[in-house]
Design a protein around this ligand. Structure first.
Ligand code: GDP
Length: 452
């Protein structure tokens, strides 16, 4: 859903406008400049088109930051996550220097900006709004957040600018996404058992819909249903067999894998566990991580892995080895299969559905902020407790690609002294989030923005 952020210097009436658009009294309006408020997001449902509205007041207040600095941090956050910005000014105050520096900042973004002249409570005051066109965002939308004047017109312009259409219901969206086949890239080095796996899938449930050649020549797409669900297998092995490309030419295999990974919703990385992970397996795994793709590690040829040992010990030993070999792919669940003997293929599909389902969750903004603030407070790690170090202001989850079967979440932290954050500590924070919301198979992207 699109997000509209309200930016402006303190006391122009951002909260009042937020409340008016949200249609309920969520954030408290104060008459004092710079009063601390929590930044909140709410839905604006004033018509069939729905959007989120974000109030940027109060971030960083009560800190050592000076006011204008605070306003800039707020604006930076809003600029980052919003699709459209409402730049609120106060007709009773005219253009102030802070308005001007904010305007300068807003001009640098390529986001839509609607200038909103608030406190246009009377005809006399409305006359004053003309002055604001000097600031460079066209004519201001005249509103009175407190009295409700001009709000419907403002909503219409928001809907126009964002080109919003009537919102699909959640059920309709779920239905549409689950009707779409889940694209599975079956990747791994030659001889790992990829073709055997595809054959095993078709052997179990012969509901082959069709053989449709892939959009690239690097792979063959095969459609199938399994347990009533529709899948599109991007089979990188099939084409090799057909085209008789030289097996030994590793580079081709890598390129084919890359194309398949890019197109996939979920990658099945097939490892031959009889021979163990090799350089090429790690290269492919690396590509999956770099492309931020959901992944399951398929430990194939399990029948050949210490076949005479106890089943449980074998599995534990193998899992331990794989975790070590693919430590950088720790989000991927492991499934041991024997494609040749048709063992555990059903389990693999159960896991695939778990990944798809788990990814649909989301961690609430309130919970997320509390969790991160508490963790950083209680586990200083390399950051130390000193106020001179990294200071988290706000963290939010953005789903960069919304309309996909398995969305990959991006956790963006806005902070002061952002450069103090280390990769190691970010991974630790990721593990804390995963305790709250495991999302197996789904990579999390963690990043920090803000002043160095
Ligand atoms: P691809 O190159 O990854 O497609 O690998 P193939 O599916 O062609 O398999 C390579 C070889 O491994 C073939 O001889 C298969 O019969 C064998 N193979 C595949 N999966 C298994 C398995 O789970 N167990 C055993 N023992 N052999 C397997």
């Amino acid at each position: 859903r699109k997000t509209v952020a309200i930016v402006g210097r303190p006391n122009v009436g951002k909260s009042a406008l937020f409340n008016r658009l949200a249609g309920m009294n969520i954030s408290i309006v104060h008459d004092l400049a710079g009063v601390t408020r929590d930044r909140i997001t709410a839905e604006c449902r004033r018509g069939p088109q729905v959007f989120n509205i974000m109030d940027t007041g109060g971030i960083g207040a009560n800190t050592e930051d000076i006011l204008t600095e605070q306003v800039q941090v707020e604006a930076a956050i809003a600029l980052d996550v919003a699709d459209l910005l409402l730049f609120v000014v106060d007709v009773t105050a005219g253009i102030t220097p802070i308005d001007q520096s904010l305007a300068q900042m807003l001009r640098k973004t390529n986001k839509h900006v609607i200038l909103v002249a608030n406190k246009s409570d009377s005809d006399k005051r409305r006359l004053g709004s003309g002055e604001f066109s000097k600031i460079g965002f066209g004519n201001a939308a005249e509103v009175s957040a407190v009295h409700g004047y001009g709000i419907d017109d403002l909503v219409d312009s928001i809907v126009d600018k964002l080109e919003l259409t009537e919102e699909e219901t959640e059920e309709a969206r779920d239905e549409r996404l689950s009707a779409r086949p889940l694209k599975l890239a079956i990747v791994g080095r030659p001889n790992a058992g990829k073709s055997s796996l595809v054959n095993a899938v078709f052997g179990q449930e012969r509901a082959i819909v069709s053989d449709i050649p892939g959009t690239t020549r690097d792979s063959l797409d095969v459609h199938c249903t399994y347990n009533g669900k529709h899948y599109q297998l991007i089979d990188t092995a099939g084409i090799r067999k057909q085209a008789k490309v030289e097996d030994a030419v590793e580079i081709f295999s890598i390129q084919r894998s890359y194309a398949a990974i890019k197109r996939a919703d979920l990658c099945l990385l097939v490892i031959d566990c009889a021979t163990g992970a090799k350089m090429q397996d790690r290269k492919i795994a690396q590509m999956i991580v770099e492309e931020r793709k959901p992944c399951i590690l398929v430990m194939n040829k399990f029948d050949l892995f210490h076949p005479h040992a106890q089943q449980k010990d074998r599995l534990e030993e193998l899992a331990e080895t794989m975790r070590r070999e693919f430590f950088f792919l720790s989000y991927a669940p492991l499934v041991a299969t024997s494609a040749k003997n048709n063992e555990n293929v059903g389990k693999l599909f159960v896991q695939i559905e778990k990944v798809r389902k788990g990814a649909q969750g989301r961690i609430g903004t309130g919970v997320l902020n509390r969790l991160m603030h508490e963790t950083i407070e209680n586990t200083p790690g390399p950051l130390g407790r000193s106020p001179q170090t990294f200071k988290l202001l706000y963290v939010t989850q953005v789903n960069e690609t919304e309309d996909v079967s398995i969305p990959v979440p991006h956790f963006v932290m806005f902070a002061n002294r952002a450069a103090k954050m280390t990769d190691g500590y970010l991974r630790f924070l990721e593990s804390v989030i995963r305790k709250e919301w495991p999302a197996p198979g789904v990579p999390f992207r963690m990043s920090v923005r803000g002043k160095q």
